[in-house]
Design a protein around this ligand. Structure first.
Ligand code: CTP
Ligand code: MG
Length: 413
């Protein structure tokens, strides 16, 4: 059944008129996956060449035109955004990523804060249930549309169940009374908001939290493919069942057949410690710029231009203050990571042009060296650099800081 996930009036997003979603899906992916036992957080472990999260998002986007909020580990927000934009295709305006919390419940709460005002049904879905078919989403929404405060997919319990006390069986349990709960779990938005507002203890799923708040929750048919990848055996099973995703051709929802340009600027003030780093070069004896990392405004402007051209957010998305590994990094680390992101998204660099406005350092003698350093960090891409002073005007003219302006051209890989 096709889902009516939108309501009038339409919203002009600035990129054409898209309808305002009446449904939001919170995809919780912030867990570490202790029981899976990998060093990578579970949602970022591969099922094939794509991650668990990416496959989970395929199911979400196939099911709905809802607002989609991915809740990711704090140090994976940028990676999750890349995955979400790719999975969203032409629905990328509907996607956002927020950092999660210490428990699943705290992660859902973080996602709830990002739900848009117009939304009146919220679905909470485990990224770990990566193979959940779109029909399950439709059944949950249909139950809420039919009047339920909440609805969850369930499967009958197959095994005969016993109540045990240590190693002793103390009772048989009638499995006809029991069901295994899956996700997506859907609720009226006001019900879920109020239940989260009132929650004082930790529950393992949202239905339990909503039930504690005094609401009844309906059961709809789940699906065997909606199992949760928890243990290494579950991962093997999912890998055997997964169907390949269509090849990624673009991060912007259209076939990457046309080049794209991007613009980036950056400004840093003098006043940092040590020697100056600018345009990928160390400048002994020159006053240093201040900033998170080395204050290399030229490199940062280039990163913004490249990410903007690819539609992959900006430098804060991928290298924000929550990524301490970049605090002491120089241009080569920023540019190499940016190049990798572009490659994953199906782009290669046509060329980069950057201009720095500064009284000092004097670039004339080292311009070619700077171009070579920046080019090397970008896998040999063409980088041209020009430098200018501003006739004593503005903050660059008074020598308070430097400014850099970059444009980049990307072409399909
Ligand atoms: N989850 C989350 N934030 C947490 C814990 C869990 O967003 N603090 C998410 C997980 O990413 C997963 C879903 O909640 O998609 C279900 O949790 P579970 O399968 O238990 O995942 P993990 O907590 O990562 O695994 P484990 O319990 O084995 O550590
Ligand atoms: Mg867990």
């Amino acid at each position: 059944m096709p889902l009516d996930t939108t309501q009038d009036p339409p919203l002009d997003s600035g990129r054409g008129v898209i309808p305002v979603p009446r449904i939001a899906v919170i995809v919780v992916a912030a867990g570490s996956g202790t029981r899976l036992g990998r060093s990578t957080p579970k949602a970022f472990v591969g099922l094939d060449e794509h991650s668990i999260l990416r496959h989970a998002l395929r199911g979400v986007f196939a099911a709905t035109a809802a607002q989609v909020i991915v809740v990711a580990p704090e140090d994976r927000v940028g990676d999750a955004l890349t995955e979400a934009i790719e999975a969203a295709g032409d629905k990328r305006d509907l996607v956002s990523v927020v950092p999660g919390g210490a428990t699943r419940q705290e992660s859902v709460r973080a996602g709830l804060h990002a739900v848009w005002g117009d939304v009146d049904i919220v679905l909470v879905h485990d990224a770990a249930r990566a193979l959940t078919p779109p029909e399950v989403f439709a059944r949950v929404v249909a139950a809420i549309d039919a009047g339920a405060d909440g609805a969850i997919p369930v499967l009958p319990v197959i095994d005969t169940l016993k109540r045990v006390d240590g190693s002793e069986i103390v009772a048989a349990v009638d499995r006809a009374e029991l069901a295994a709960a899956q996700t997506p779990q859907g609720f009226r938005r006001d019900v879920l908001d109020a239940a989260y507002g009132a929650a004082t203890e930790d529950f393992t799923d949202d239905a339990a939290l909503v039930a504690q708040a005094g609401h009844s929750v309906a059961a709809v048919a789940g699906d065997a493919l909606g199992f949760k990848i928890t243990t290494p055996a579950d991962l093997d099973r999912a890998r055997g069942l997964v169907t390949p995703l269509p090849a990624v051709t673009s991060t912007i929802g259209h076939a990457a057949v046309v080049p794209r340009v991007g613009l980036g600027t950056d400004v840093h003030a003098f006043g940092g410690a040590g020697d100056l780093w600018l345009a990928g070069l160390e400048w002994p004896g020159e006053p240093a710029l201040s900033g998170h990392s080395d204050g290399d405004a030229v490199a940062h402007a280039i990163v913004d231009a490249l990410l903007s051209a690819a539609g992959l957010g900006d430098i804060g998305t991928h290298f924000g203050t929550s990524r301490p590994e970049y605090a002491a990094a120089h241009a080569d680390a920023f540019l190499a990571r940016t190049l990798a992101l572009l490659g994953e998204a199906g782009w290669r660099i046509g060329n980069v042009s950057v201009q720095v406005q500064a009284n000092r350092p004097r670039f004339a003698a080292r311009r070619a060296e700077a171009e070579a350093a920046l080019s090397a960090a970008l896998g040999g891409a063409s980088v041209s650099l020009s430098a200018t002073t501003t006739d004593g005007l503005g903050f660059t003219g008074t020598g308070e800081g430097v400014a850099a302006f970059a444009v980049a051209l990307l072409v399909p890989a």
